[in-house]
Design a binder for this molecule. Structure first.
Ligand code: CTP
Length: 401
């Protein structure tokens, strides 16, 4: 991490002493470290300790502008390659989740665009509190990464989850991050991934949906993140945990998914349409719960927008990857979808084949290309399949894109 700029934001908890050790270890590993402290953090350890360990001035006051040519909270946020909040208290997490900037640390955290990592430290019950969990989920949806607290004896006397991760572990994660970052074929690219099923409402209590679990789409989103992309995951209702480092938009219906995809389409470089989008929705959505009647019920369905087809029609520089989950004639249908949707690649699988269906952890994919060729892959984990399909896409895009 030689010469990398790390901004360490320290909020107030007993674990501040570990942040002092973290400062020292990051500096020893070659990073330049600047420290920002809240008023409460200074109750535990004085700024002078951090100044001595970092060899840099410590920032504590939004209005203490040392250089008239610069606005400190913007300047140091822009300076950072990585921002780490350690220890992150429940209060600081709440401020970040709600966009509050009422001191130097929270204001700096609103400025700049460097990735943010959050290392919480607090009492076990505070950490498990639904308000804190909600705030953490909000931050995950911004693409912030969490360094989960360890379990063990806590200064408050409890034993459990809440202990700030050890400085050595945080330094190792930072080192991994910077070394991985150096070979990132998708660095600077924006990738949209859609995942999961859609729900098409019948009335306030009923809907039509399908068997998609979102596993394949979430694996694609994570693989794209690991290859360096800026990922937006647009997800139908699933039960999978939101992945860290990925911005996530939750949608329900095909129409909501369509709107979400279209609003980011212009800025995107690759779109992976893993989602199992409903082709039809009830023509009439009842305001009240439908009551049963004697005899049969027929319901009129209307077509939803074909999102991939619309993307294909409006394509400029984007590389479009569609999925085709089939139960028969995989090759014929996949090739037809490639053409009719103007996609650049179709990833097909036979969902009736063992190891390739909905919900499992594996897939058996065949990729179809614009030149009429295709490549069959053996059964592999959905994570591996995701890496393969993105690697194929990178190859197809060539250097020009
Ligand atoms: N798709 C989409 N919008 C829809 C339906 C499908 O964007 N309304 C996308 C899917 O995300 C997938 C691809 O189109 O990437 C193929 O989806 P699939 O359901 O396999 O095919 P359909 O186009 O719906 O065709 P068919 O129902 O005839 O199989």
């Amino acid at each position: 991490m030689n010469g990398k700029h790390i901004l360490l934001c320290v909020s107030g908890g007993i674990a501040v002493y570990k942040a002092a050790a973290l400062t020292s270890k990051l500096k020893q590993a070659g990073a330049e470290v600047k420290v920002v402290m809240t008023e409460s953090a200074q109750q535990f350890v004085t700024p002078i300790t951090f100044q001595a360990l970092s060899g840099q001035p410590v920032y504590t006051d939004t209005f203490d502008e040392k250089d008239p040519m610069k606005i400190a909270h913007i300047d140091i946020a822009d300076w950072a390659d990585l921002v780490i909040v350690a220890p992150a208290t429940a209060n600081m997490i709440a401020k970040m989740a709600n966009g509050i900037g009422d001191d130097m640390v929270s204001t700096v955290l609103l400025a700049g665009t460097a990735p943010r990592w959050i290392a919480p430290a607090m009492n076990v019950h505070m950490h498990a509190h639904p308000a804190v969990q909600n705030n953490m989920n909000t931050l995950k949806s911004f693409g912030y990464r969490f360094i989960e607290p360890g379990e063990g004896y806590l200064a408050c006397g409890y034993t459990g989850k809440g202990r700030l991760e050890e400085p050595e572990v945080i330094v190792a994660l930072v080192a991994d991050y910077f070394s991985e970052h150096q070979h990132k074929p998708l660095a600077g690219k924006k990738v949209i991934v859609t995942a999961g099923p859609t729900r098409e409402a019948v009335d306030p209590v009923r809907f039509f949906t399908n068997r998609s679990t979102g596993k394949m789409g979430y694996a694609v989103a994570e693989a794209a993140r690991d290859l360096g992309a800026d990922v937006e995951l647009i997800s139908g209702p699933v039960t999978i945990e939101p992945p860290s480092g990925i911005s996530i938009t939750h949608v329900e219906s095909a129409e909501e998914m369509f709107q979400a995809v279209m609003s980011s389409y212009d800025k995107s470089d690759i779109v992976v349409k893993t989602a199992a989008v409903a082709d039809y929705r009830p023509k009439r959505v009842h305001d009240h719960k439908m009551k049963k009647q004697d005899g049969e019920l027929s319901m009129e369905l209307e077509r939803t927008t074909d999102i991939l087809k619309t993307l294909g029609e409006q394509k400029k520089h984007q590389f479009l990857i569609g999925f085709a989950a089939e139960t028969d004639n995989v090759k014929t249908y996949a090739k037809r979808k490639l053409e009719s949707k103007n996609a650049d690649m179709i990833v097909a699988n036979n969902v009736k084949q063992a190891g390739a269906g909905f919900g499992g952890d594996t897939n058996i994919i065949t990729i179809f290309y614009r030149d009429g060729s295709h490549k069959e892959f053996d059964m592999m984990s959905k994570k591996e399949a995701a890496v393969h399909l993105l690697t194929e896409a990178i190859e197809q895009m060539g250097d020009g894109q």
